[in-house]
Design a protein around this ligand. Structure first.
Ligand code: ACO
Length: 317
C-alpha cells in the first residue's frame, strides 16, 4: 500500500499589503525588501477571519479537488501556531463546519514546518491502517503575530491557508518522509503566548533573522539530501521543488544544492510572503492549479521553521 495526494486547495484573504504600504508603516523600502527577501506583497486577514475560517475554505477546495465527501475523512490535522483558541482546536472547528464527526481532529504546532509535519503524520496513519483519507490543513495569521513597528519581521509575513487530502493508494505516491527538530536554536525564533490578563503587548514574534537564515540554508541542504536518499532517488529524478516560502535567497540556495533550474521551483512568496504553516500547501496548490505540476511528476516538499523544526516529503504526484 502507498499514500497519494488526492487533491489540494488554498485560500488567501482579500486585503493586499504591498511593499509601498510597508514603507508607510516602518523605515524600509521596496528595493530593500525585494532584494533581501523576494517579496512584493502579502495578504492580510480581515478582523472577522480566523485560522479556522481560512482553513475551512482551503479544506473545502481540497475536498472538491479530491472528489471526496467530508464523510470519507478519517482524520483532520490543522497545522497552526496562530489559532484564536487553544481549544476547541481549529481542526475540531473545521471538522464541525464540514460535518465531519466521530474521527480524530487536532492542531499541530511546528511553526513553518507544520504542514510538512502534518503530511508525515498523515502518511504514517494511513500506512499503519488507522486511516484511509486524511485532511491536512496549514493555516496561519502571522501578520497579527508580528509587531507592526518591527521592520525586521512585519515585512516577511502574510496570512493564508492551504489544504490537502492524502489517501491510501495502490500506486506511489509518497516515496519518503522525514521530520526533525533541534531545540538548542529555540531562542533564535520564538512566539510567546501572552500571559493571562495581559493585553498581549510585547508578545510578538522574535527572530534573529541573519542567524535563522544561515541555519535554514544548512539544514535544508541536509534535509533535501537525506530525503532523496530515503526515497532512493537523486536530484536528477526531481521535476519540482515545492519549498517553504521564507526568503527567495534561501529557496535559491536549496535549488542550487539540488542542481535545479529556478523554472523547476514553485515560488509564491513574491505575492504571498511567508504564510508559515500554509506556505508549502499554498505553493503546491498554486503549482497544481496553474498546470505546471502534472500527475506523474516527482516533487520534493520541504519546510523549516521555529523550534527549529524541519520536515519534507518526496512525492510522485
Ligand atoms: N528595511 C530596511 N532595512 C532593514 C530591514 C528592513 N525591513 N530589516 C533589517 N534591515 C537592516 C538591518 O537593520 C541591518 O542594518 P545594519 O547593517 O545597519 O545593522 C541590515 O538591514 C541587514 O540586516 P540583516 O538582518 O543582516 O539582513 P538579512 O540580509 O539577513 O535579511 C531577513 C533579513 C530577510 C530577515 C533574513 O535574515 C531572513 O530571511 N531570515 C530567515 C527567515 C526565516 O527563514 N525564518 C524561518 C521561518 S519563520 C517561522 O518559522 C515562523
Amino acid at each position: 500500500m502507498f499514500t497519494k495526494i488526492l487533491g489540494t486547495g488554498g485560500y488567501l484573504p482579500q486585503q493586499v499589503r504591498t511593499n509601498a504600504d510597508l514603507e508607510r508603516m516602518v523605515d524600509t523600502s521596496d528595493e530593500w525588501i525585494i532584494e533581501r527577501t523576494g517579496i512584493s506583497e502579502r495578504r492580510i486577514a480581515s478582523p472577522d477571519e480566523t485560522v479556522a475560517s481560512m482553513g475551512l475554505i482551503a479544506a473545502k477546495r481540497a475536498l472538491e479537488a479530491a472528489d471526496t465527501d467530508p464523510g470519507e475523512i478519517d482524520l483532520v490535522i490543522c497545522a497552526t501556531t496562530t489559532g484564536d483558541k487553544a481549544f476547541p482546536s481549529s481542526a475540531v472547528e473545521i471538522a464541525g463546519n464540514l460535518g465531519i464527526n466521530g474521527v480524530p481532529a487536532f492542531d499541530l504546532a511546528a511553526a513553518c514546518a507544520g504542514f510538512s509535519y502534518g503530511y508525515c503524520l498523515a502518511h504514517s496513519m494511513i500506512m499503519s491502517g488507522q486511516a484511509r483519507k486524511v485532511l491536512i490543513i496549514g493555516s496561519d495569521m502571522m501578520s497579527r503575530a508580528c509587531d507592526p513597528k518591527d521592520r525586521t519581521t512585519i515585512i516577511l509575513f502574510g496570512d493564508g491557508a492551504g489544504a490537502m487530502v492524502l489517501g491510501a493508494s495502490d500506486e506511489p505516491g509518497t516515496l519518503a518522509v522525514h521530520m526533525s527538530a533541534d531545540p538548542q536554536f529555540g531562542p533564535l525564533l520564538s512566539l510567546k503566548n501572552p500571559p493571562r490578563g495581559s493585553n498581549g503587548d510585547g508578545c510578538y514574534l522574535y527572530m534573529k533573522g541573519n542567524d535563522v537564515f544561515k541555519h535554514a540554508v544548512v539544514s535544508l541542504a541536509k534535509l533535501v539530501t537525506k530525503t532523496l536518499e530515503l526515497g532512493n532517488l537523486t536530484d536528477k529524478d526531481l521535476d519540482f521543488l515545492v519549498p517553504h516560502q521564507a526568503n527567495l535567497r534561501i529557496i535559491a540556495a536549496t535549488a542550487k544544492k539540488l542542481h535545479l533550474d529556478m523554472s523547476q521551483v514553485i515560488v509564491t512568496l513574491d505575492k504571498q510572503g511567508n504564510t508559515s504553516s500554509a506556505s508549502v500547501a499554498l505553493a503546491l496548490d498554486e503549482g497544481i492549479r496553474s498546470g505546471r505540476i502534472k500527475r506523474g511528476n516527482t516533487l520534493l516538499l520541504e519546510s523549516f521553521g521555529g523550534g527549529f523544526t524541519w520536515a519534507s516529503a518526496l512525492v510522485r504526484y
